[in-house]
Design a binder for this molecule. Structure first.
Ligand SMILES: Nc1ncnc2c1ncn2[C@@H]1O[C@H](COP(=O)(O)OP(=O)(O)OP(=O)(O)O)[C@@H](O)[C@H]1O
Ligand SMILES: [Mg+2]
Length: 594
């Protein structure tokens, strides 16, 4: 059988971390701790509390193809993550490697160092039960590879990604990752039966949002079992990075699997949006070849059609069963929150203040708006602005209530626009909505004509410090494509000449600072276009309509009409809703009228 050499695949610190952590998992560890210094260039330490190695196994571990994991050299029934006996020798070939290991019951640990391909003698050392692998000066002898490494921060974040992916598949194992200063990741072993512990782990890695918006999957077909959680369509992203797919506990990036996921969501999501999910496929080892890709990132199934069918049908089934859950959870939550408040006060309780104000005689509302004075009988002044309720103001178009998002009636707390629809009330989060509108408009402009720019009358010089200024100017061309024209301006400063027109008045300095921060987190290889959501979110955040800005009625109605005309405007870029609709029927229920 033709084995694939791992030597080619230790191309960055994260790859070494992945191999070492996989070994620890194969060794049955319950706790795995990773330490990296200088992004893994200076030092990587992976310690586990697994089965350890005897002195003989220790020296064998560094021989090529000396895997202990394939009894009878059987490449057909692979159940471990490792199977080539390549990882340790490959890492040893490009670093100074020390392995210290102690199997349970051994009196002390033994340690072995390899440097420049030469093994030291096996020596007694101190270590608790388990194994500790230290990789020093990675790539010290291969300057070419060293040159291709990114900043320590980027390398660290790659390692964290790799560790998180493995951690998702092993909720029963605890993981930590730290650099010399702080802990970047701490995942306690998750308890409970499989679905429960897995959801806990997924929430810890993918966030609460996912936990709250995920549907469980559990399906079986001809010996294949698919389990995991898939996000509601409203929880979508601009790329497929948050689609985590596992085959027999191994994270994979496999075209067939992505295709199946796409197929499953086809009717629920726009083509350029991607769901968030974590799916675990359990396949009898003889029905899948895991030895087809140098980093084991891809697999080959004996029967691809079977796999695809299983994924598509299980996911579709779950999604269809969820119906309009996204929308209703939001409204239900809102109603649930109102209900307890409404009771002690009876009919006119504070839970529905907004709507009772809107229904008040107009003269009173106007007076209140004009003087910002507390309303008679109310002990606190709401931070509300009231609108002119006359439909005539809209030039004889259709009655504003007949628009899906209705006619704007008030702005509350300088954050929420309240509108009246034909049969209910709509509450819009103006900030979230604006963010979404900017995103969708920019996306359209980018595809069509390029993002429209607006010249600043007075170019603005922003002092950022050298690092941030460099990061921004390195991305000048891409930023210009997105409507932001900057030039370097001496050391540590940039001058801003043009900004995206659709942002209106802008806090230029704040925007640049935030963008510079974000760029540190982005992979250098990633186009800003691919991070459009994040970039737009940041831009919109500094644009004109943010939380806290007062809107007049025309502005409020323009926002509503704009939302109606914009695809996906029902949710902000983070999958949170941009508006909530409460039907009159539901509101009546609150007051026991139904
Ligand atoms: N943390 C560990 N605990 C116990 N044994 C280990 C550990 N790390 C490595 N070993 C032993 O060293 C051997 C070599 O490890 P290595 O990672 O090079 O190969 P592998 O895991 O068998 O295959 P692959 O190259 O596919 O990872 C393993 O087969 C295992 O016996
Ligand atoms: Mg291995």
């Amino acid at each position: 059988m033709n084995r694939i050499a791992a030597g080619e695949v230790i191309e960055r610190p994260a790859a070494a971390v992945k191999e070492l952590v996989e070994n620890a998992l194969d060794a049955g560890a319950r706790q795995i701790d990773v330490v990296m210094r200088d992004g893994g260039r200076a030092l990587i330490v992976v310690s586990d509390d697994g089965c350890g190695m005897t002195p003989d196994e220790l020296s064998l571990a560094l021989e090529r193809h000396a895997t202990s994991k394939l009894p009878d050299d059987d490449l057909v029934h692979i159940t471990s993550l490792g199977f080539r006996g390549e990882a340790l020798p490959s890492i040893a070939a490009v670093s100074r490697l020390t392995i210290t290991s102690r199997p349970p019951g051994a009196e002390n640990a033994m340690s072995l160092t390899v440097e420049g391909g030469r093994k030291s003698a096996v020596q007694p050392a101190a270590n608790p039960t388990g194994t500790r692998v230290e990789v020093r000066d990675l790539f010290f002898a291969t300057p070419a590879r060293l040159k291709f490494l990114k900043t320590a921060r980027t390398e660290l974040s790659h390692a964290r990604d790799a560790l998180q992916r493995l951690a998702m598949a092993h909720p029963e194992v605890g993981f930590t990752l730290s650099d010399s200063e702080r802990k970047l990741l701490a995942l306690a072993p998750a308890e409970g039966e499989l679905f429960e512990s897995r959801l806990k782990r997924l929430a810890a890695v993918m966030g609460r949002d996912f936990q709250e918006n995920a549907l469980p999957i559990d399906a079986e077909r001809e010996g294949l079992r698919l389990t995991g959680f898939i996000g509601l369509p409203t929880l979508n992203r601009g790329n497929s990075l948050l689609q985590h797919l596992f085959v027999n506990g191994r994270p994979v990036r496999d075209k067939l699997l992505y295709g199946a996921v796409r197929g499953a969501y086809q009717d629920f999501l726009a083509r350029d949006r991607h769901p968030v999910l974590a799916l675990f496929l359990q396949v009898p080892p003889e029905l899948v070849d895991v030895n087809v890709h140098p980093t084991k990132a891809e697999v080959r199934f004996r029967d691809p059609g079977l796999v695809r069918g299983l994924i598509v049908s299980a996911a579709r089934h779950a999604l269809a069963g969820a119906g309009h859950r996204a929308a209703t959870t939001v409204a239900d939550a809102a109603l649930g929150a109102l209900r307890p408040m409404a009771q002690p006060y009876g009919g006119g309780g504070p839970g529905v203040r907004a709507s009772s104000y809107a229904a008040m005689p107009r003269g009173m509302a106007e007076a209140a708006a004009r003087y910002h004075a507390p309303l008679p009988g109310m002990d606190e002044a709401p931070a509300a602005r009231f609108s002119e309720a006359s439909p005539a103001a809209l030039d004889g178009g259709p009655a504003p209530e007949s628009y899906p998002l209705g006619a704007a009636r008030a702005q509350l707390h300088r954050t929420y626009v309240v509108a009246q629809t034909a049969d209910g009330i709509v509450i819009v989060d103006q900030h979230a909505a604006h963010e979404r509108l900017v995103y969708e408009t920019m996306k359209r402009q980018l595809a069509e004509t390029g993002v429209a720019r607006q010249l600043l009358l007075l170019p603005e010089v922003v002092e950022l410090g050298e690092g941030p200024a460099e990061r921004l100017t390195a991305r000048r061309e891409e930023l210009a494509e997105l409507g932001l024209v900057i030039e370097p301006f001496g050391a540590g400063a940039v001058v801003v000449r043009e900004v995206p027109a659709l942002l209106g008045t802008l806090d230029v300095e704040g925007l640049l600072r935030d963008l510079a921060d974000e760029l540190t987190a982005f992979d250098e290889a990633l186009a800003l276009r691919d991070r459009l959501e994040t970039v737009c979110g940041t831009m919109a955040c500094h644009g004109s309509v943010r939380a806290g800005r007062e809107l007049n009625q025309d502005e409020m109605n323009a926002l509503l009409r704009n939302m109606e005309a914009t695809p996906h405007s029902g949710q902000c870029n983070h999958g949170r809703p941009t508006y909530v609709e409460l039907k009159l029927a539901d509101i009546e229920k609150l007051f026991g009228r139904r």
